[in-house]
Design a protein around this ligand. Structure first.
Ligand code: NAD
Length: 510
């Protein structure tokens, strides 16, 4: 399927409005920006940025929609999400291909991302009948206490380039069944996949008479994101991106005492024990390190290897890296596609210089690929360095396929190294020893939001709560009880007796 067919199948034109209230595209006076594909560097299409007037129109519509949408029974809202899941099933091929083209991840991963949207839709449908609150026994006679969960209002979703569509669905599908309305600001690096999602969803919204404004889109860079974060009418900002962005957003939203749900950078490690199944571990490490060209928040960036298997595992890693095919992500033979843009390539090269300057030992050399098939200038070689965990550059998340390996003697030391970084997203241990596995998962084990045994750091399922600690931001999205972040809790006490006893036995008479 040629890219022009994919774009037209998904309703993308040469120049597109980037501002929508769900079924209507607004024309704004904002400047145009281009979507470049890192696959070959060409321009896919142009998008008009949301300007201040367009933003005000969107928020006004979203507010009006909320007044109506919150009164729909949650299972009816779930029914709309169910139909959206069906529409995504029908469009999985085209949308997955566009994700690959625009973002540069492999076709398998592009389809996988759309599958994740379908999975979260299914989850949200079930959830729409399970927004449970607790009942509590009152200390007063003939009193009933309970909790209920109410929708929050407008949820502002700011997303990163590397999961250009799934993160929107994690947030909006759950927020919608909770009764919220959403305004999405996708990454300025991947605007077209967002437009495609809106085109796929719009017929479903129309057919179900969903109030205009439940699903809104604003497009552009940081400035457009800041319109959302500064806006007191937006009670929750759910932001996915770098720690730098998260700190800026937390300060702005915190200043107005809004809520923020932050999903930020990771610096994920795998511990390889002397009792690991090394062949299994190898697949987990290599997929984790080079998948999505090292541009997943859960990418494996560090491997901490027991000294007794260090040389053997190192050799296996180096041999595996020599087999990697780097090339067009739409070609199923490629293991590694391009980085998102030239800035990302510059950051990759800078980190390689930095690790060398700190004394890192190069095991597999990096570099930028040139020549036929690599014209975009965004294809780089995955590389490996032997390092110390304390190196400044190792403490930092470089969003590229640079893998750091290090040695340990005792499990406690390995866990301390794994935890000794500012970020706390994903972690893993490969071991067949139950005591080691349980130690890693215990209170004295990994300090990350995600801790796996005999599975790599990347590739989470939607059923669990996803997110991390420390500089990863503390947010939880997707499954489990993450829905609570999209609602406000109300405690209700109801007196069905004929007197007014006060709590704590306080006497008051008039
Ligand atoms: P980025 O921080 O450059 O941008 C993310 C989004 O934030 C974009 O939409 C951008 O326009 C917006 N933005 C940036 N500064 C802003 C500000 N001050 N106010 C409002 N909006 C602002 O990140 P990126 O390069 O697109 O993505 C890569 C980063 O995202 C990595 O650090 C990665 O680990 C992280 N990430 C984390 C998760 C997670 O779940 N923890 C998932 C995906 C990506």
């Amino acid at each position: 399927m040629h890219i022009s067919e994919i774009l037209s199948a998904l309703g993308i034109k040469e120049t597109n409005s980037g501002t929508s209230t769900g079924t209507q595209w607004l024309s704004t006076t904002g400047t145009e920006f281009c979507s470049y594909t890192p696959v070959d560097g060409s321009v896919l299409a142009k998008v008009t940025m949301t300007d201040a007037a367009g933003y005000q129109a969107v928020v006004g519509q979203a507010n009006a929609a909320f007044a109506e949408w919150r009164m729909w029974p949650a299972p009816k809202r779930g029914e709309v999400v169910r139909q959206i899941g069906e529409a995504l099933r029908k469009n999985k091929d085209a949308l997955g291909r566009l994700v690959s083209y625009e973002m540069g991840k492999s076709l398998q991963e592009g389809w996988g991302e759309v599958q994740e949207m379908i999975d979260i839709a299914d989850f949200a449908v079930g959830l729409s009948r399970q927004l449970y609150g607790l009942t509590i026994h009152s200390e007063r006679p003939m009193h009933r206490m309970y909790e209920q969960w109410h929708p929050l209002g407008i949820v502002g979703i700011i997303s990163a380039f590397n999961f250009p569509v799934a993160v929107w669905s994690w947030n909006s599908f759950i927020a919608w069944v909770c009764g919220d309305v959403c305004i999405w600001k996708p990454s300025e690096k991947t605007p077209l996949t967002a437009l495609a999602c809106f085109n796929i969803v719009s017929d479903i919204l129309k057919a179900n008479n969903v109030p205009e404004g439940v699903n809104c889109l604003v497009s552009g860079g940081r400035e457009v994101g800041e319109m959302l974060t500064n806006d007191v009418r937006v009670p929750l900002i759910s932001a996915t991106g770098s720690t730098r962005m998260g700190k800026a957003i937390a300060a702005v939203v915190g200043q107005r005492l809004g809520k923020s749900l932050l999903e930020l950078g990771g610096n994920n490690a795998i511990i390889i024990s002397k009792e690991a199944d090394l062949n299994m571990a190898l697949i987990g490490c290599v997929f984790g390190a080079v998948g999505t060209a090292g541009q997943r928040c859960t990418t494996t960036r560090r491997i901490i290897i027991h000294e007794s298997v260090y040389d053997t595992f190192k050799e296996k890693l180096v041999a595996a890296y020599q087999q990697l095919v780097i090339g067009n992500p739409l070609d199923e033979k490629s293991h590694v596609g391009p980085l998102i843009d030239k800035d990302a390539v510059a950051a990759y090269l800078h980190s390689i210089e930095a690790v060398k300057a700190e004394g890192g030992n190069e095991l597999v050399a990096g570099g930028v690929l040139e020549g036929a098939g690599y014209e975009s200038g965004c294809y780089v070689k995955p590389c490996i360095f032997e390092v110390q965990n304390s190196f400044k550059i190792v403490q930092h998340e470089t969003f590229a396929p640079i893998l750091y390996i290090m040695k340990y003697a005792k499990l406690e030391e390995a866990i301390a190294m794994q935890n000794d970084v500012p970020q706390g997203l994903s972690s893993a241990i490969f071991t067949l020893n139950m005591r080691e596995a349980e130690t890693f998962l215990s209170h004295k084990g990994s300090d990350c939001g995600i801790a796996n045994v005999n599975i790599g750091t990347s590739g989470a399922e939607i059923g669990g709560a996803f997110g991390g600690e420390k500089e990863t931001g503390g947010g939880r999205e997707s499954g489990s009880d993450s829905w609570k972040a999209y609602m406000r809790r109300q405690t209700n006490t109801l007196n069905w007796g004929d007197s007014l006893p006060l709590a704590q036995g306080i006497k008051f008479t008039v």
